[in-house]
Design a protein around this ligand. Sequence first.
Ligand code: PLP
Length: 307
Amino acid sequence: MTEAKSDFSKGAAYINGQYVPISEAKVPVGDWGFTHSDVTYDVVHVTDGGFFRLEDHLDRFHRSLEGYRLDPGVSRGEMRTILGKVVALSGLKDAFVAMISTRGVPRVYGSRDPDDCDNTFIAYAVPWVDVIKPDVQARGAHLLVAQVPRISQDSLDPTLKNYMWRDFTRGMFEAKDKGFDTAILLDAEGYLTEGAGFNVFIVKGNEVITPDRGALRGITRLAVLDLCPELGLEGKVAPVTFEELMDADEVFTTTTAGGVMPCSRVNERIYGNDRPGPISAKIKETYWRKHKEGWHMTPVNYADADN
Ligand code: PLP
């Protein structure tokens, strides 16, 4: 009798050195990734069968690993192979692809020494995810500036990717309670930072500005800054105050899981005609058109599913 083939149609994962269907990928309760949020990760997207800016994501992941002193013992080349294989196994042409390293379970029961843990490498590919739903993106997202400040960057470096989302989650509940789509956070000094899984941009005249503090150096943010010159815009990384946010012509957000996502309201302020502004719409259109043209794309080899 031949062994039944695993069903990867809902997504494929690599965990404990094995490829398994996504529903079988489980982390033990004793893993510090779970008990201490001692984990880092990165997410790259696949569209039309190609990774977008894969090397930029791997660079950032390695920077996060070093920043958290995690070493999963997997080379960069092996990571590339594993990421390609989980996508190939899933057969997905548009996918959300995560790479994760947790501190792991201590080898010595009850140990509080991080050196007693073997760090893990986990990867998975699941169907495409939009952080802000497409219908909300189409009318322009309504953002709330939450009461909770972004955790100090002196305590948690926002440029190292992490799952410590207490401030974001509090902000999202506040936004939901008040009828907004999602939240953005200021730091304790009142400067704009970012939102739960996305960077923020303001547009003022010809300038397209994203905060210089309290935020991840998003790969989509980088892509937008790269596109600005060819669109005759000036992309800038600079401090953004609450007043500048409210006084902007347009606001949009960016993330791997959604791309360039225009906004139409922040708090009680309505921008333009309560729809995505023309510059945000142009950047969004260009971002996706360049994807179709193969910009920064690394094709997935789907034949790897059989190797
Ligand atoms: N900020 C945070 C906190 C994020 O988690 C993310 C993405 O997950 C981003 C910004 C956007 O980064 P990228 O464009 O690299 O996806």
